[in-house]
Design a protein around this ligand. Structure first.
Ligand code: MN
Length: 710
């Protein structure tokens, strides 16, 4: 445990004007406030705020931040009030302590939606003063370091999850890599100890069995650069177990190459020297193309600056080298904290926190906490699969994700137009669950649109909401079209003219705001055409509805002008094909309107129509010819076939069907005797014409006795 005078000395070392008295008073106040409280570790509670303050001193933060670190738990965990803090330490410190306390209180509500709220408020808090977040991160880091003392496994897990989900990404965005790495590794140790152990033992094995070339590489790099008159600091650092593990996961390979586990750093004193060192390295070693990145001339959003390059280095090891100045190195490790102006009274430079404002905007725009959570929360890694695009871009998805989720993760437009998928080069069904390391190629078509059936096998919120939204708008449009046709027909039957004024009147009387709403309601089957006409008190002849169904059988199949055409409708939304009679394009068809479901299409001679009581709800329909050609849709049709029981009979039957371009969906054997088979066979066909040609092909077979449509 750091002692009081040490804390003051270390602060004074970088900030000679720091308010020593303030710090001392805070130290004593916090120690007294926490009194005899103890941590799960058995240590006095005060050790915690003291460690937090110490971490903040390491970051060279201002005196107010250190004081806030000392006081951060007093309001939440002791009898101290905020007023007291303000009275004793001033308004600014009270505000900072209040910010940290608020975040801690929000953390206590751990429900899913609440967590998004936490995150939102957390960032709101830090955007008003970034020091609140810096104190919070130090607080979290110390809590993570002592996490193993907490007896409840569930609580440990919750805290580790929260760290992974909220504080790791935040410290990364702030450029605080040393914090990020440690938080991540501590959370990893809690959440997936087996994985971490496997990485560590693999590293240990590598260190034991191979000559560790790191020292030699450092020496050689140093010599090469020194020969050019520079005096660099060269270091080699092993990547964290977590980052190695993620890499192993995503690449689906074991780590063997040094560049997978090591990063070499060259630190020099000026930007000029960075480029000089780069020139030396590039002229001495072979450069690996496509790996060079200059973040000195183009710094990252969080202020990170460095030159990255990969070369075939000493002893033919492929290595990544990062070149930067010492100041840049400090920024790379400490991020925002390194930029912090600790001199009191100096205004904060808002520009470098531009991304904070951006993050804030996104959050303001997200409509609800759920949506926000879905779009920003980094889901836990064990619950994820990592897949690749054909170009090698990594897409991470929740476990159980299917190619449709993948497609929507790539781009909404890709998702909307998906027709098929190749996984690792092989065509696979869209419902296939993706595995780690899968290379996924989405096949798209401009004419494809989202299918309602997709919703059954997607797991991501993005895919689901896109599909739902599409289905909802499509469905409404279809109901609207259908309703309009039904009403037009109803008015025509009554020899009344349809006018917008009349329709609006009808809409009002039936409690709809707009004519469109009325159309939708009629399309959905909430009102029949007759009901709308009755509502207008127009003379409605109840006694002469649609002609009796049995007479329709003799009607010519030609499209009558009163028929409602079925065009561009997506099966399963407003229109359904009846399972009893399997109507095909080309068949004469009728529809039954079911309340809330839309229209079910039957063939005109289907028995169901004959017994359907409400003729008001029976519609005359017709296929829209041209439109059907556009869609390469298949319809199910059922045939009853009787044929000779001879070896190879069934085979020649199926060959004939496939030669006609039809696909067998199901076969059911009804009866098999010594001489004959009776089977029911379901086939997918384009339309009636297609079915007829299949039947003709079958009739040409010598084994065939009879074939008829069921
Ligand atoms: Mn704390």
């Amino acid at each position: 445990m750091i002692r009081q005078f040490e804390l003051v000395e270390r602060l004074k070392a970088y900030d000679p004007n720091a308010d020593e008295d303030l710090l001392n008073r805070a130290y004593v106040f916090s120690m007294k406030a926490h009194g005899s409280q103890v941590r799960a570790s058995g240590d006095p509670y005060f050790s915690h705020p003291l460690e937090v303050a110490s971490l903040l001193v390491d970051l060279h933060l201002d005196c107010y931040s250190i004081v806030t670190g000392l006081l951060h738990d007093t309001v939440e965990d002791t009898l101290t009030t905020l007023e007291e803090i303000e009275h004793l330490f001033g308004a600014e410190i009270a505000k900072l302590v209040d910010g940290v306390t608020k975040i801690s209180l929000l953390e206590l509500q751990s429900e899913k939606t609440q967590q998004a709220e936490n995150l939102r408020k957390l960032v709101l808090a830090m955007s008003t003063d970034i020091r609140v977040l810096l104190v919070k991160l130090a607080d979290r880091l110390h809590n993570m370091r002592t996490l193993h003392f907490i007896p409840s496994a569930e609580k440990r897990r919750r805290i580790a999850c929260e760290t992974m989900d909220i504080y790791v990404p935040l410290s990364e965005r702030m450029g605080m890599h040393s914090f990020k790495d440690e938080l991540e590794d501590l959370a990893f140790a809690q959440l997936n100890p087996e994985a971490r152990e496997s990485v560590l033992s693999r590293l240990k094995y590598l260190h034991e069995t191979t000559v560790n070339p790191v020292e030699q590489i450092i020496v050689e790099l140093k010599e090469v650069i020194e020969a050019a008159g520079l005096s660099p600091q060269v270091s080699g650092r092993e990547k964290t177990p977590y980052s190695i593990w993620v890499k192993m996961q995503s690449k689906n390979i074991a780590f063997e190459q040094l560049s997978d586990i090591m990063a070499f750093r060259v630190a020099v004193t000026s930007i000029d020297q960075c480029y000089q060192a780069l020139g030396v390295i590039h002229s001495y070693y072979m450069v690996v193309p496509g790996r060079f990145k200059d973040f000195i001339s183009m710094p990252k959003d969080n202020g990170y600056q460095s030159i990255h390059t990969t070369v075939i280095g000493p002893m033919n090891h492929r290595i990544e080298v990062q070149i930067r100045t010492q100041q840049m190195h400090r920024v790379a490790e400490l991020g925002v904290a390194a930029h912090w102006q600790y001199k009191q009274g100096e205004s904060h430079d808002g520009r470098q926190y531009a991304w904070l404002r951006k993050l804030l905007e996104i959050m303001e725009q997200a409509s609800g906490p759920e949506e926000f959570l879905e779009h920003t929360k980094l889901e836990m890694f064990q619950d994820q699969v990592f897949c690749f695009t054909p170009k090698g871009d990594l897409i991470s998805l929740p476990k159980g994700a299917t190619p449709i989720d993948f497609a929507y993760a790539v781009h909404s437009a890709v998702g909307d137009h998906t027709v098929g998928v190749k996984i690792n080069g092989r065509q696979q069904p869209l419902r296939m669950v993706l595995q780690n390391g899968d290379q996924v190629e989405i096949i798209t078509s401009k004419t494809q649109s989202p299918s309602p059936t997709w919703e059954r096998f997607v797991v991501t919120g993005k895919a689901r909401s896109r599909i739902r939204r599409f289905v909802r708008t499509q469905q409404r449009e279809q109901f609207l079209e259908l309703g309009r046709s039904i009403l037009q027909k109803a008015f025509r039957n009554e020899h009344k003219k349809v006018s917008e004024k009349l329709l609006l009147e009808a809409a009002k009387r039936l409690n709809h705001d707009t004519v469109d709403d009325l159309h939708v309601a009629v399309g959905e089957g909430i009102h029949t055409g007759g009901e709308v006409i009755s509502a207008l008190n127009l003379e409605h002849k109840q006694s002469s509805p649609a002609p009796p169904v049995h007479s329709l059988k003799v009607k010519p199949a030609a499209v009558s002008d009163t028929a409602i055409s079925i065009k561009g409708l997506i099966e399963g939304m407003a229109v359904h094909y009846a399972g009893c009679c399997h109507p095909l394009p080309g068949d004469s068809i009728m529809g039954i309107v079911t309340t809330g479901k839309g229209v079910t299409i039957h063939t005109q001679d289907c028995e169901v129509l004959g017994v359907f009581p409400d003729t008001q709800r029976v519609l005359e329909l017709a296929w829209e010819k041209n439109d059907l050609k556009l869609h390469d849709r298949r319809y199910l049709s059922r045939l009853k076939i009787t044929f000779l029981n001879k070896p190879g009979s069934l085979a020649s039957l199926s060959t004939t069907i496939s030669k006609q371009g039809a696909n067998i969906a199901n076969i059911k054997v009804m009866n098999r005797t010594v001489d004959f088979w009776d089977i029911l066979i379901d086939i997918d066909v384009k339309d009636l014409e297609h079915l007829k040609s299949v039947m003709a092909g079958l009739r040409a077979l010598s084994i065939l006795n009879s074939v008829e449509r069921v």
